[in-house]
Design a protein around this ligand. Structure first.
Ligand SMILES: O=C(O)CCC(=O)C(=O)O
Ligand SMILES: [Fe+2]
Length: 269
């Protein structure tokens, strides 16, 4: 466990955390090239590299600097819920505006709690920024602390119109290859991108092993190309099988050593 006390303090206080430069320039370059081809020349890639988390981007699934944080803020047994890549040109946005935050927590499955001396976050997103980002560029922005807000988000703090933005709205500066963690219950937005060069990023969602929120969408050819250790992040969402004695725990090690199935692949496959 290498998340520092200061990082835990930051994540608990604000609902997000930036870990700068966890990827090497070569790793960044390879993944940017893959996302460029996915968007502009998919035929130049083998089928199992044509979407994330396949190919070069598969190193993000279980990057140690990410997993050590997730173990601290979700728990020791986690799954990867889903992922997508972004090639966002000037003027494009994630859409939907500021969302999340407040007591209703979108759904209790996203709940943020602190109990028994540790953080229990529900779904956690990890944004891998693959270009240098300045706050003004328009990468993901947050209303810090809103993951623990006791009132619903006030409409005065939900506008993204120029001059009407909440004074609490906060982004980040970071070098290419950084990871940004945030609890899905934090009020956040993927605003309009303002820079001439595109935002290239990969967004993952992780959750506790017992839950599954997103309908599974990893392509079968992508899943099939991953090592069993990486496939383990997509194992079925269950904790224990009580038909055996002792009960079988659905740990990473159990999955890797067994022939247990992965999560069913995309509907229809
Ligand atoms: O595009 C972004 O920066 C944020 C995306 C987002 O809101 C999400 O994936 O939940
Ligand atoms: Fe979101």
């Amino acid at each position: 466990m290498c998340m520092t006390d200061e990082e835990k303090f930051q994540f608990d206080l604000t609902g997000f955390l930036v870990r700068p430069s966890i990827l090497t320039p070569d790793e960044v370059h390879e993944i940017v090239d893959q996302i460029d081809r996915i968007n502009h020349d998919p035929e130049s890639l083998p089928p199992e590299h044509r979407s994330v988390p396949g190919g070069p981007s598969s190193l993000l699934i279980d990057h140690p600097k990410v997993i050590e944080v997730l173990h601290e803020i979700i728990g020791p047994e986690i799954r990867m819920e889903g992922c997508f890549s972004v090639w966002r040109s000037k003027g494009e946005a994630h859409g939907g505006g500021l969302h999340g935050g407040g007591p209703s927590q979108i759904d209790p499955i996203f709940g943020y709690r602190f109990q028994n001396g540790r953080i229990h976050a529900g779904m956690v997103r990890v944004v891998f920024e693959l270009t240098d980002v300045q706050e003004r560029d328009g990468a993901t922005h947050f209303i810090p602390g809103s993951h623990k807000a006791n009132f619903q988000m006030h409409p005065d703090h939900l506008s993204m119109a120029e001059g009407e933005r909440s004074r609490f709205l906060t982004g980040y500066d970071c070098p290419a290859g950084s990871a940004i963690f945030f609890t899905e219950n934090l009020c956040h937005v993927g605003p309009e991108w303002t820079r001439d060069t595109p935002r290239v990023a990969v967004l993952h969602a992780y959750a506790h092993l017992a839950t599954h929120w997103h309908r599974f969408s990893v392509r079968p050819e992508v899943l099939g190309s991953l090592s069993r250790e990486k496939q383990a992040y997509f194992r079925e969402p269950w904790i224990a099988d009580f038909r055996t004695q002792p009960a079988t725990r659905n740990t990473m090690d159990h999955f890797v050593d067994s022939d247990d199935p992965m999560m069913r692949t995309v509907a229809g496959n």
